[in-house]
Design a protein around this ligand. Sequence first.
Ligand SMILES: Cc1ncc(COP(=O)(O)O)c(C=O)c1O
Length: 400
Amino acid sequence: MEFRRINGLPPYVFAAINERKAAARAAGRDVVDFGFGNPDLPSPDIAVEKLAEAARNPKNHRYSASRGIPHLRLAIASRYKRMFDVDLDPETEVVTTIGAKEGLSHLMWVLIDRGDTAIVPSPSYPIHIYAPLFAGGQIVTVPMLDPSTIANESPGDSFFEGLLEAWQRAWPKPRVIICSFPHNPTTACVDLAFMERLVAFAREHDVVVVHDFAYADLAFDGYTPPSILQVEGAKECCVELYTLTKSFSMAGWRVGFMVGNKEIVAALTKIKSYLDYGTFQPIQIASIVAMNEATEYPAQLNAIYQSRRDTLIDGLDRIGWPVVPPRGSMFVWAPIPEAYRDMTSLEFSTFLVDEADVATSPGVGFGDGGDGHVRFSLIENELRTQQAIRQMKRALTRLA
Ligand SMILES: Cc1ncc(COP(=O)(O)O)c(C=O)c1O
């Protein structure tokens, strides 16, 4: 049978590693798995209890509101006020999504059509590349360099230079810029000054900025990631996706939001009203409780990720694989060690799973710009991370 839209999709690179991982496990080997950015830490107890309670009430079993119940939209507006001092009107500037991924995908349906283009970093979280393509458009890529390779320059500056260049050569002029900081997979982080430049550029060129803020709460060593909406005038042309997936370790619950420009919020709300009936209401109710009452939870999770990061970075350093510690996200973006540069990221990742029983994501899975790296997700605890280091030390015999 011939299908539409999926024909051009390349084979899922991560599937190759998943198969090797499954084979190793079937053979009784203990694979330490840094592959998938799927949080292992529990959701807040208070949210789980509220979910159970709300699920027992038959009133909550009916279809809910596609754009999110009013108190949930109010809770995200309050969170933005507390975190960023950003005022949001819960009626017009907030829409609930079924996770950031769903929000971004359907957002492209209202922003992009055949013949339109979107600017997307390379490498990128895969849906940033595919959502504009699924909507019928095309992408123009801008390199997102490994922050550790950019001497004397911030990742934001080099991305911005690439953006200016891409803008010059692109025709028709892109309608959308997709970006996401702290960035998955490169862990690049930016400051508010970068956001100000980006907003000024977007206002001048009449282009929409979609900022995926999935790692809003995952930042280390005192760094606080800025919201694009902190920039004055950002609501003229920008929207931001925020999600409970990483901040509250609620990945399976599928609760996210899009906030910002009223017209864009209304457009997404409209298309979603045709597509879905909203997240199960008990989940929405429990999400309100998470945001309003588990306010310390993101910081607690963050401390755990930071400790795991330190264990991994210290361990890699000890075995002769130095990597610059990330300032944010839940990843370590590791350049393939010099002695193994003859391998592609897929070959190196395959080698690690076969020979060291350590699963990582090959950089090429995030687009061509990701080759030369593997990504570790910080989803294994310190003990397991130390075990992985020992296994890699044994397998990586070419390291000094
Ligand atoms: C940049 C980015 N956006 C979105 C998501 C997914 O968010 P959600 O679970 O809210 O769909 C991820 C998950 O890894 C991500 O890295």
